[in-house]
Write a protein that binds this ligand. Structure first.
Ligand code: ZN
Length: 169
């Protein structure tokens, strides 16, 4: 794989904002190229943000993610005992530790970050649905543009707001 390492800022037309505690994002050149193509297809007031890419398992970041995951699973079980069937989808590494074709993106609307998950994966479903309703047009435009460039959006509703997507090889 051809990985590129990006730090917070802008790379060509794409915003780069590593999700804490990451300070950089590694992404496959092919996925980055597609994301840039997605950006060119979007209306001017919508900007894509790349927030997560490849994270090597045996790295400080990989270990930190693993610890958060374990803590997160414990808390999620407690708060959402009726959503246990979603734990694998929400807390799995979803390919981020495999290669740079698995990315999370977010969006800026008129320059403002759209927070679809104000409390991260702990955002209650009714609140998620309210956010989705409020931003349904830009969200569907972004998702459609991603799909048109070969990305598959995660099928879990919470992960799909993370916007986790995989580029088919
Ligand atoms: Zn993801």
């Amino acid at each position: 794989m051809a990985l590129l390492t990006l730090t917070r800022g802008k790379y060509a037309s794409l915003h780069i904002r590593p999700r804490w505690p990451a300070r950089q994002i590694q992404v496959d050149l092919k996925a980055l190229d597609r994301l840039q193509r997605v950006q060119t297809k979007l209306p001017q007031h919508i900007s894509l943000i790349l927030t997560r890419g490849y994270e090597k398992k045996a790295s400080r970041l990989g270990l930190a993610r693993k610890q958060f995951r374990l803590l997160g699973i414990g808390a999620f079980r407690l708060f959402y005992s009726n959503r246990r069937n979603e734990i694998a989808a929400i807390f799995g590494s979803n390919g981020h530790d495999v290669d740079g074709m698995h990315v999370d993106v977010s969006l800026l609307l008129h320059g403002h970050r759209v927070r679809l998950l104000p409390l991260g994966v702990f955002t209650p479903l009714f609140w998620q649905q309210r956010r989705v309703a409020r931003f349904s047009l830009p969200l569907s435009q972004v998702k459609q543009a991603l799909i048109n460039e070969g990305f598959r959006i995660h099928s879990n509703p919470t992960e799909s707001l993370q916007i986790h997507c995989d580029l088919a090889a």
